[in-house]
Design a protein around this ligand. Structure first.
Ligand code: HEM
Length: 418
């Protein structure tokens, strides 16, 4: 009997988005360096290759797909080399660990401002006999606003209307994955840029003359080669940080809660040993890499795993596949907060062994803020909730409309109020 080699997965298919792990195993085992005709990119899926190639340059693709719709300038995450390093250095200190510690009270306040009214609503509903156990949709009622609210405060943005914010985020995310250059997606991204510009450009102009300590004011005063940045470049910075911080931690938090609510043993262990929270968050970063891949450019003709790649070709370094590579992690498809091959203490800085925050020069700037937000949200929630379960009528699953960001559209929970 001959055993046929399975076909490589279609990364955009709903079946793959719903359960990516078997398809990613096929890639790693049979096609570790594979040209995806549909996406027009080389998929790199083994841990060691991803780690190495994540240090390559980004090239022009990200600017074309998304950067140009954030502001009238090259987005800094779509730059390479010295230009990238100098712009990154303007932002990174605001999100370094000591600075993030200064945001701790604000993060706590944002969590309570959203959760306290829900606890009160549920207390009354249980008291009135409307239900036996309290309920919440942790995603639609909490995470969808929480991280964005934190970013709005940190950036000091005058965003009056959250529904516009949500539509900008999806327009930009769709643009980032718009490999087919769909004109409707491009038009929506352009509209998001224009609408965001209408709000942010007057703020930039006003803060140019001030002495404020907020990030926008600092960017207004910053000089590169003795020159101030243009309004368009500052808009691009602000949109980048707003999107990168407002549309990531919320999804990661949803997954961490999904794991917590799915396994009563994790809740018991956390109650007995609260320090295990860091293990839970670290394992969630490994298991659920919500940004499945980063985009890179082949700098010259070169070979990976015996496969020849031509100069100028686009590569997708697949963080999600690398994080489930059995060559690096034992039983990678098992969610295990006690695994010894991920050090939780390093999981939120550049020494992380997982690649949920990427790797190389573009390693995530927001990793410390992410930890602070996730830790605070879960702590505040668990102050009032015990025996958290996925609600009986819920069927949480990755959002098939979102193949480029692994997210839950909804996470209905039931719990005992304390
Ligand atoms: C769970 C939450 C988050 C995840 C999973 C995440 C993931 C990532 C990944 C994978 C990259 C690298 C992309 C690549 O290799 O091309 C990245 C870069 C980046 N992240 Fe995050 N991120 C998160 C939260 C945040 C937050 C809260 C902020 C804002 C404070 C942020 C700001 C950025 C920026 C600005 C970059 C680009 C850095 C550069 O190009 O130098 N991220 N992030």
């Amino acid at each position: 009997m001959t055993v046929s080699t399975p076909a490589p997965p279609d990364l955009l298919s709903p079946a793959h988005v719903a359960d990516p792990w078997p398809g990613l195993a096929v890639l790693r085992d049979h096609y570790p360096v594979h040209f995806d005709e549909g996406l027009g990119v080389w998929l790199i899926s083994r841990y060691d290759d991803v780690r190495r190639l994540a240090s390559l340059d980004i090239g022009d693709l990200l600017q074309e797909l998304i950067g140009q719709y954030l502001g009238d300038a090259q987005a800094f995450f779509a730059m390479d080399g010295l230009d990238h390093r100098r712009r990154r250095a303007l932002i990174a200190p605001v999100f370094a660990r000591p600075s993030v510690q200064r945001f701790a009270d604000q993060v706590d306040r944002h969590a309570r401002a959203l959760l306290d009214p829900i606890f009160e609503r549920e207390r009354q509903a249980v008291r009135a006999g409307e239900r036996d156990r309290a309920e919440i949709d942790f995603v639609t009622e909490f995470t969808a606003s929480f991280s964005a609210n934190v970013m709005i405060q940190i950036l000091d943005l005058p965003i009056p209307d959250h529904s516009r914010m949500t539509s900008w985020f999806s327009a930009w995310i769709n643009a980032e994955g718009n490999i087919s250059r769909d004109p409707q997606i491009i038009a929506a991204a352009q509209q998001a840029k224009d609408e965001f510009g209408e709000i942010i450009l007057p703020v930039i102009r006003e803060r140019r003359s001030g002495t404020g300590d907020d990030l926008i004011s600092k960017l207004c005063r910053a000089e590169l080669d003795g020159m101030r940045m243009s309004d368009g470049e500052i808009q691009s910075f602000v949109a980048t940080m707003f999107l990168a911080g407002g549309e990531t931690t919320d999804h990661q938090l949803g997954w961490a809660m999904y794991e917590l609510a799915s396994d009563p043993r994790i809740q018991q262990e956390l109650a007995a040993e609260p320090e295990l929270m860091t293990n839970l968050l670290a394992e969630s970063m490994r298991y659920h890499a919500i940004i499945p891949f980063g985009s890179r450019l082949a700098p010259a003709d070169f070979e990976v795993g015996g496969v020849a790649i031509e100069e100028g070709a686009q590569l997708a370094v697949m963080y999600s596949a690398a994080n489930h590579d059995p060559r690096r992690f034992e039983n990678p498809d098992t969610f295990d907060i006690h695994r010894t091959d991920v050090d939780p203490k390093k999981a939120f800085n550049g020494a992380a062994q997982h690649m949920g925050f990427g790797s190389g020069p573009h390693f995530c700037i927001g990793s410390h803020l992410t930890k602070a937000e996730m830790e605070t949200a879960l702590r505040v929630f668990l102050e009032h909730a015990r025996d958290v379960r996925i609600a009986d009528d819920a069927n949480p699953a990755p959002d098939p409309a979102s193949p480029f960001v692994r997210s839950l559209a909804s996470l209905k929970l039931s719990f005992e109020l304390v």
